[in-house]
Write a protein that binds this ligand. Sequence first.
Ligand SMILES: *[C@@H]1O[C@H](CO)[C@@H](O)[C@H](O)[C@H]1NC(C)=O
Ligand SMILES: *[C@@H]1O[C@H](CO)[C@@H](O)[C@H](O)[C@H]1NC(C)=O
Ligand SMILES: *[C@@H]1O[C@H](CO)[C@@H](O)[C@H](O)[C@H]1NC(C)=O
Ligand SMILES: *[C@@H]1O[C@H](CO)[C@@H](O)[C@H](O)[C@H]1NC(C)=O
Ligand SMILES: [Zn+2]
Length: 422
Amino acid sequence: MLSKVISAVYFLLCVTSFVFTSAQDPYLTKALQLMSETPLIDGHNDLPWQLRKLNNNQLNQVDLNTINSTHTSIPKIKEGRLGAQFWSAYVPCTTQYKDAVRQTIEQIDVVHRMCQKYPETFMFATSSQDIMEAFRLNKTASLIGVEGGHSIDSSLGTLRMMYQLGVRYLTLTHSCNTPWADNWRVDTGTDPSEHDGLSPFGKQVVLEMNRLGMLVDLAHVTEKVMNQALDISKAPVIFSHSSAYSVCPHKRNVPDDILRRVNQTRGIVMVNFYNDYVTCSPFANLSNVADHFDHIKTVGGAGILGFGGDYDGVTRVPVGLEDVSKVPHLVAELLRRGWTDEEVKAALGENLLRVLREVEEVRDSLNATSPDDVPIPYDEVQNSCRTNYGYPDPPESGGAVHVFSTAALLLTLTLQGLITSA
Ligand SMILES: *[C@@H]1O[C@H](CO)[C@@H](O)[C@H](O)[C@H]1NC(C)=O
Ligand SMILES: *[C@@H]1O[C@H](CO)[C@@H](O)[C@H](O)[C@H]1NC(C)=O
Ligand SMILES: *[C@@H]1O[C@H](CO)[C@@H](O)[C@H](O)[C@H]1NC(C)=O
Ligand SMILES: *[C@@H]1O[C@H](CO)[C@@H](O)[C@H](O)[C@H]1NC(C)=O
Ligand SMILES: [Zn+2]
């Protein structure tokens, strides 16, 4: 009898607290409901880079259930209802012409190992179908994006093998020019333009990504590269972590005319939460981030929106969006601002799924096309760490050797003549 009373009291307490919570923020309740119907798909998270920085990718010495120095942990992922994540295989520009490829492959490896170590939480994913399968299993679909063209060392073979390892987007540049594409710092005047956008080899990279079924990511490139990629890409493009230039005029953000072109080409802009890109100042709050969502919706429609938090890749995040667990509050804010359920679900995940499906369809339609095996011209990639095996001997040095041997022959003949005459 007593236990029945206790149960009844407990039941009432639960009901009361449930009603109280919903009464407190019906928008949050609604947000969580929508997030149980459509996966939240985030375009960019740098946890793998934090794992390298913390202890050189020794995952055995880290527990993602208890880690708290990062924006991302398993409890935060659960609370944030993270349905799918593009984990960034990022290595800094200082590795360019050095060990960028090795370090990138190590970042890819640590994502694979993360999925193996926590199979209850993560499901390794490479397709739109995988994302939905993981969502049904209540797991976070884990995809890989490589952040920066320097990671492929100007090699289509390396690009193709990274695809085989599960990489599903390549950001054409990080914050440095590659031998084939200019980065956003060219638009600020910090870096010189070296290619006036994409070089001919840069265009080969974009088309080969179309053939492979790899998303072309235009975060971090110049406006010229954005336009050229939009001109030539056979599939929709993404901005994996960029916000709206009209709201905060930072060159990492996307100008309105590009937002309109993204709308026309059915691409997606996944909003970055980094304070400096949100308000162009070190300070920002959740409401400032929602302003970017509103602006992009006004210019390009809710059909081009997505989430690209950049968690664990940045040092300052907005008040109210302190870590991965807080994203449902941003979804609630959009509902509070009058967004319809359909618009919210589009931004949560349906848009990215649409883009990924179209990229997969383009890949399938190109399956009779041969891989592009034309290498970058050697004089466009010459550096002290690169050998020229496979390339013909450069004509000048061949010429020099020829001139040298002719001179040596003449000298020998002259000396012989001298010796003979002596
Ligand atoms: C974070 O983790 C460290 C080590 O596991 C622990 O000492 C510390 O109390 C934790 N801090 C918080 C805020 O949970
Ligand atoms: C899904 O995960 C959440 C968070 O861990 C949990 O509360 C819920 O019970 C799970 N649902 C299913 C169907 O496994
Ligand atoms: C967010 O910051 C803006 C200033 O950029 C301010 O006007 C607004 O009141 C803040 N919102 C909240 C909820 O703190
Ligand atoms: C582009 O904008 C038009 C007109 O506002 C809209 O009907 C269409 O759905 C948008 N496309 C996408 C992909 O959002
Ligand atoms: Zn970035």
